[in-house]
Each structure stands twice: as C-alpha cells, then as structure tokens.
Write a protein of this length. Sequence first.
Length: 228
Amino acid sequence: MVGDIDILVEPEHLHKAERLLKETDYNSLEESLFGKYKDHRHLPRLIHPDRLGAVEIHSKLLRKERRNILNVKEILANRRTINGVCVPTIEANLDILILNHQINDFGYLFKSINLKVCYDSLVLERQTEPSATSKTSKYHRLFYTLKALYFKSNSKTSKNTSLIVLKNVYKYLNKKGLARRIYIRIAKINIGLITCMEGMKLFIKNKHFRADVWTHKSEVIKLLKDDN
C-alpha cells in the first residue's frame, strides 16, 4: 500500500514544483501549529480530489541533515531516467529506505525491525552487488544486525556486525513482553523530551509562534494531553 508519493527536488525548485502541481488541481493540507514554523524536510502534503495517493515535495530526506551518509545533491546528480521519470540509483534507494526507517521513523532509537522495510531491502539488494564503498553508518549496522535475526543475507555489513551478544539483546528487545514495553516507554519519553526542547527553543526565539500558541492554546493543551 502506497501512503504517498515522495518527490525530491533541488531546494530552489521547491515552490515551483508545488505551483505546478497546484495548477493540476492538487491542494495543500493545512499545516500543524508546530509544522508551520519548523524547518521541515518537505512541503505540506498535496492531495487531489480524484486521484489516489498524496504527494510530498522534498528538499531534504532526513529529519536532521547528515550529508556524510545521505547527500541530496549526489542523489539528484546521479539520478536515472526510466520511462521518462527520474529516480534514484538502486544504491541510493537502499540508503533512503534504511535511513528513513532508522532516523525518520525512530527505528534506531526503538531498536525495532520493520518487515516491510526488510523485504524492500531484499528486493533492492537482488538488483545490485555489494561494494567496498557501501555505507557503514551506525544506522546501517543496526539495520543489518536486526535484519539478520530473520533473514539470511550476503551483505558484508551484516556479517561484520551480527555479533552474538548484540543479536541476542536485540532479539530479546523485539519480543513482546515487559522488557519491550519498558524500553518502548523510555524511548517515547526520550522522543517527547526532544520534541519539547525543540518547541521551547522555537517558543523563545519566534514571537509569531508564541502568538499562534496563545491563539490556539486549547488545541495545544489537547495535543499535550493526547501525547500523555
């Protein structure tokens, strides 16, 4: 199931791409209070009244920029054209898949495995050969260690990092039980604290954000209660 279609463009073409889609009857969804002021990796989601699948126009791929492991300029420069559509290389697609789960979806923090991401990675790996220049960030290492719990892999990264002790710890954390519930709770508290700190910094520095928070204070209180 496809939740949305992600389009990566150069930052200077971001609003031009949005304008072109709006000219074909796509409309922006309303941004959240925090989203209006946050430096987000994509513009507000665009939807069409008669078409399946929303569109997100990205100028960044990760919540926090990490050029050493995922460089947007390199991905755009090395793109391939298939049937008139520009797409990333297989290697770049694999990195995007892994890092999106590990960073954007907090897979690294939760030490969790996502079977769909694993399956997609297996499909991509069948189309390419492991190279000496393959990424070996801590996010890749954790992904392949967790993946090796359930799938056989010829990946050098997987072989180098699938240590017996770590595998047993991660396997234990991914089992349903008290330890998993406690760990997830701690991870969620950590995410909540990070989000609160970002919100506080924005509140202190941006007077327009402070005004919006005051205007929509009932919504903010409800949001905080829902998070708890």
